[in-house]
Write a protein that binds this ligand. Structure first.
Ligand code: KG4
Ligand code: ZN
Length: 364
């Protein structure tokens, strides 16, 4: 069979992205329009603002992905689009664009689950001349243990093959990325909290403040809401206030060194929790490979601790493919096309709260 070029489209949260991936492995273009600057002023994503911004840029972003890859519509074999999960208004923009283009250009259309797609950033191992990323040297092998950690999800998933996976555990409350974002707000670091905490932590003492780790019945489940509250209470105590002191007034009372120490101490416990559970699952399931995926996978402390804790070698996707992008959507689109038929552009709908496990059950 000829090479297959898939156009991926992603707009589930605050990034408008399009990319072309060949044969589920070779990246030809990767265009990401981030709205971080727009939302930073509010300290988080404002759904209506996000949807409006997606509308403004979606067409130019898709055209830029084709241009960057040096191809035109005749070369595109299929379209893959994130239709789940995410913010409704945001998901709608990318999904309607994909449905319209699939109909107009007569291309097969594949709906993609954003969280499952994050894992596929690890399957991109070569690239054309338009991108200059540091990619893994080979694709992960099955069975593959995936730690998926983003702003909306924290999961440990065992993949037996493409499209065949089991959820081992997940967060019972906040996602780990959400905890980074909320703690950043408490101590007065800018949105998004992940990168700003990671940076501040470099100048802080990770042992300065001790925070508890949640104990849960299922050893693969996570809980980060208690950790976030523990940070809040400790910050209140450190500045000499009680639990009634409003959290939005805290940043002005936290000095630079204290901010760095809180960032380092929080990051240390949050990352250690992820590493402990991944290592535990590794020994229980003995997978052929381990991957990390999602925005928090960009965290260098996580990479360092995991490399140290696991007895196997682990390769990491570049940071640009860990945070939201459409390359991972196009990549998963390729593997999906191998075992499921395309959907009608007239029937595809968004599924803002569908889990990847629900979608897998619907497939079989
Ligand atoms: O996957 P992603 O781009 O969007 C979602 O699907 O949620 O993940 C965004 C999350 C945010 O919570 C952000 O703070 C976090 O990933 N993040 C990080 C880092 N970079 C992004 N968390 C920790 N360390 C980082 N370096
Ligand atoms: Zn994401």
């Amino acid at each position: 069979m000829d090479v297959v070029k898939i156009l991926g489209i992603e707009s589930s949260c605050d990034e408008t992205a399009a990319a072309i991936v060949e044969d589920g492995t070779r990246l030809l273009s990767n265009v990401v329009h981030s709205q971080i600057d727009i939302h930073a002023a509010y300290g988080g994503v404002v759904p209506e603002v996000a949807a409006r911004s997606h509308i403004e840029v979606i067409n130019p972003v898709i055209q830029a992905a084709l241009d960057q890859a040096g191809i035109d519509w005749g070369d595109v074999d299929a379209i893959a689009v994130t239709n789940a999960p995410g913010l409704s208004g945001s998901l709608l923009v990318g999904t309607i664009a994909a449905k319209t283009l699939a109909y107009l250009k007569n291309k097969p259309l594949y709906p993609i689950h954003h969280v499952e797609a994050h894992v596929y950033a690890n399957f991109i191992t070569s690239q054309g001349s338009a991108t200059k990323l540091t990619l893994p040297s080979r694709q992960p092998k099955f069975p593959m243990l995936a730690l998926i950690v983003s702003g909306g999800h924290s999961q440990l998933v065992l993949f037996r093959d493409h499209g065949n996976y089991t959820l081992l555990g997940q967060t019972q409350d906040d996602a780990v990325g959400e905890a980074f974002d909320k703690v950043a707000k408490i101590i007065g670091l800018p949105y998004p909290g992940g990168p700003s905490i990671a940076q501040a932590a470099q100048q802080g003492d990770p042992k300065k403040y001790q925070f508890p780790k949640a104990r849960l019945a299922n050893p693969y489940d996570f809980s980060f809401s208690g950790l976030k509250t523990a940070v809040l209470r400790r910050v209140q105590r450190e500045i000499g206030e009680d639990f009634t002191f409003p959290s939005h007034e805290l940043p002005a009372r936290v000095g630079d060194q204290m901010r760095h120490d809180f960032a380092a101490s929080f990051q240390h416990v949050a990352i250690e929790t992820l590493v402990d559970k991944t290592t535990f699952a590794y020994h229980d399931y003995n997978p052929a490979s381990v991957v990390i995926a999602g925005g928090v996978a960009a965290n260098l402390e996580l990479r360092a601790q995991l490399a140290h804790a696991l007895p196997c070698e682990i390769e990491y996707a570049p940071i640009q493919l860990c945070t939201d992008n459409a390359a991972m959507i196009a990549c998963l689109g390729y593997y999906r096309a191998q075992h499921t038929p395309p959907v009608s552009p007239f029937e595809l709908e968004i599924q803002p709260s569908a889990s990847m496990q629900q979608l897998q059950e619907n497939d079989v």
